[in-house]
Design a protein around this ligand. Structure first.
Ligand SMILES: [Zn+2]
Length: 130
């Protein structure tokens, strides 16, 4: 569990809220002009961010109002909350390390434990390719 600071009520337990998915999804201006694939993209395709992510939340067991929150998806830390219609506050970089201490969130470019630079004997993927 974690705390979310509702813009109307203040800090409350996360169990009082419901997540409404990714924020800032804009409805198409000319829906009649969209192909089926474009509609499917608008309706179903969302980012799957590991790191800083803007989401819509509703205080379902409180004021019942919707708002936006910027949450770090790996640590569940709420970095900012703001009302619907307000501009997203700038968060220029991923300020938080992940719980396991990865230096770059989601990079997939981590040194392997036991590589030559770490003083071990494990093989790196490039040494396995022939
Ligand atoms: Zn509220």
């Amino acid at each position: 569990m974690f705390l979310i600071s509702c813009p109307n009520c203040g800090p409350r337990d996360q169990t009082e809220f419901s997540c409404g998915g990714e924020a800032h999804i804009v409805r198409p201006a000319k829906p009649d002009d969209l192909s089926d694939a474009d509609w499917a993209d608008y309706l179903f395709m969302r980012t799957n961010t590991k790191g800083v992510h803007a989401e819509r939340w509703v205080h379902s067991h409180g004021c019942r109002r919707w708002f936006n929150a910027i949450r770090h998806t790996a640590t569940d830390q709420i970095l900012a909350v703001y009302k619907i219609g307000e501009e997203r506050p700038p968060i220029d970089h991923d300020p938080l390390p992940t719980p396991c201490g990865e230096p770059v969130v989601g990079s997939g470019d981590l040194p392997l434990v036991g590589t030559a630079s770490a003083g071990g004997t494990a093989k790196t993927p490039s040494s396995e390719v022939k």
